[in-house]
Design a protein around this ligand. Structure first.
Ligand code: WQD
Length: 339
């Protein structure tokens, strides 16, 4: 199939491009590089030997999106493009709602005009809000604690309603848990701009010497060692989940939701210890105050993805830590070569 990846130059999009090409699909990337670097396309050429067609566009701009669909016979869309910083979304909610909703609405309108009927959406476990019980199952209650999460849940609702009204449309909503790690080549990986919000890129920047220590946000949570517990999933496993979702969408109609997680929860201190031990590198840390809005624990029941898509995560935490370190130590400043 010919697949349009919006935000395809990003962390998860770029890893998904590699796995789609490996599975024999064709890929087109649309990205405005607001949170990614053009250097990623060069690295993807290195890894796959394919010069992936690129459209540098704002996916909310209907004219620009129309051009992509009129120049290419697209079979499916995987929609990654969006603003995704939880903290930032509380300070500029209007920008998050405008961008994250408009992009989806524009894609749906243009897809309808061109009879493209497969839509895979990058959603997030954040739509579950504060879990009432664990592990999280797809049918459990949803409700968000920040505008970013609400944009994900609103997009899920929009896609569900549009698919209900259009019997030809197939929608798959993928609720990611905590993606970490990098492609085995060490040539693509997570490259947050500025100070990393997320734990693993912060750990790896401390390990490489860019930051002095990890600030552990609280050790008084109701967890095994008092620090936050999350379901970390290797980004390559996540990418393979998108290939499975694409093939599922192509053989089904209507809307389906899948958790993409491992089912295992690890604490912040376990992450720091594992990363340090596996990579034989020091990771100093300090316990500090909780981060507002953080929850004690969150991890998936991923049985449905295996039952319906025959997909499950295969890589363990040590592989996630080792691959993160290979990326970081090969690219101390990320894709800093950006011209
Ligand atoms: C993980 C754990 C922190 C940083 C977020 C988004 C979610 C999704 C994934 C997009 C928590 C602790 C973190 C640090 C720390 N993104 N921590 N020191 O918050 O589970 O999820 O990213 O979809 O929507 O909410 O991930 O990596 O920020 O935090 O102690 O410097 O590490 O308290 O327990 P989170 P995270």
């Amino acid at each position: 199939m010919k697949v349009l990846l919006t935000g395809g130059a990003g962390y998860i999009g770029s890893h998904t491009a590699v796995e789609l090409l490996k599975a024999g699909h064709d890929v087109i990337i649309a990205d405005n590089f607001s949170n990614s670097k053009k250097e990623v396309l060069n690295r993807l050429k290195e890894i796959t030997s394919v010069s992936i067609p690129l459209y540098e566009v704002d996916v909310a701009n209907k004219e620009e999106v129309e051009k992509i669909f009129s120049e290419n016979k697209i079979d499916a869309v995987i929609h990654f493009a969006g603003l995704k910083a939880v903290g930032e979304s509380t300070s500029i909610p209007l920008k998050y709602y405008r961008n994250n909703i408009d992009t989806t609405l524009t894609l749906l309108e243009v897809m309808q005009e061109h009879h493209v009927n497969n839509f895979v959406f990058s959603s997030s476990a954040t739509v579950y809000g504060v879990p009432e019980k664990l592990p999280l199952v797809e049918g459990m209650p949803t409700g968000c604690t920040n505008p970013y999460g609400w944009t994900k849940l609103m997009n899920e609702q929009i896609l569900t309603d549009v698919a209900a009204a259009n019997p030809d449309l197939s929608v798959v909503l993928l609720r990611y848990f905590n993606p970490i790690g990098a492609h085995e080549s060490g040539r693509i990986g997570e490259d947050p701009s500025g100070i990393p919000n997320n734990l693993m890129p912060y750990i790896s920047q401390v390990a490489i010497g860019r930051r002095d220590k990890v600030h552990v946000y609280g050790n008084d949570y109701n967890t095994k060692d008092g620090t936050g517990v999350r379901d970390y999933i290797h980004v390559v496993d996540l990418a393979k989940g998108h290939v499975a979702a694409l093939e599922y969408a192509d053989s089904h109609k209507g809307t389906e939701i899948f958790n993409l997680g491992t089912g295992n929860g690890y604490s912040v201190l376990e992450m720091i210890e594992t990363f340090s031990r596996v990579n034989q590198v020091a990771v100093p840390y300090e316990i500090v105050a909780r981060r507002p809005g953080d929850i004690d624990a969150c991890y998936a029941n991923a049985d449905k993805a295996y039952e319906k898509m025959h997909w499950r995560a295969e890589k363990n935490l040590e592989e996630m830590c080792r691959d993160t370190w290979k990326w970081q130590s090969n690219n101390p400043l990320g894709y800093e070569l950006e011209k």
